[in-house]
Design a binder for this molecule. Sequence first.
Ligand code: 2AM
Ligand code: CA
Ligand code: CA
Ligand code: CA
Length: 269
Amino acid sequence: MNENWNNVKNEAVKWVEEAGKILKESLYEQLDIQTKSNPNDLVTEMDYKVERILKERIEHSHPDHKIIGEEEAGRHIQSTDGVMWLIDPIDGTTNFVHQKFNFAISVAVVENGVGKIGIIYNVIQDEWFTAVAGQGAFLNERKLEQTKPVTLQEAVLGLNGRWLAREKRADEQSLHHMVRRSRSVRSYGAAAIELAYVACGRLDCYISFRLSPWDYAAGLVLLKETGHQVSTFQNDEVPLLEPCRIAASRPGLHEELLDYLYDHKGFEY
Ligand code: 2AM
Ligand code: CA
Ligand code: CA
Ligand code: CA
């Protein structure tokens, strides 16, 4: 198997554009909204619809590729052998429902566990964050710069405020101390967008206590191309078949953050 990843990327961008158009058209229609793991975990008919469209297109062009999607596809997949797509049909479903703004379609292609293509499309802003391994990352037509080290004191952190509310510990290594020592904190409600924002320098890091591979697989490719560090809180490589705690940051800052995050306990989920 010897894929031309640029061709695959162009194909995928075309499909994502088509799906994005359908999402825009659905914004002011009456949507069927349901809950999943808890009352704040939403899914709409459009999440399923976009995942199905992308799956259909991929299967038609690449019948030998595997597909994992947040809503339905690939529940049975247990190995990263071969070529695998990871799809988040709507990242930021709560934003999609409540704000009609700041949601994305995230698509990644990995080969034998190695990221080859990352696409994060912020539908309403019409911003395309794309990367093909070894060729740099782009925001629309602009190539993103290599990142440089930064300290916590100068850093704007990307973090969902809910994690702070759940923290029980109060020692020097608490998240509260970490946040107070930073320059500022931002929260956009869509992990893929926040990872793309780290890649392009709008955020200096993004931290989450629970994300799934479809949330971060595309971001991983972008972040690698821009020289960022991505790992679990234990500084291991993030997995592609199970959820994890994840930090993505500029160099220097990453080590400082892991000091706060490494053995973080005392959490409810
Ligand atoms: P989603 O919108 O695709 O579900 C919200 O802070 C971010 O966390 C979103 O990117 C959201 O992705 C993700 N997320 C992951 N697991 C979640 C869960 N169980 N409930 C809500 N959001 C979740
Ligand atoms: Ca979801
Ligand atoms: Ca998601
Ligand atoms: Ca989703």
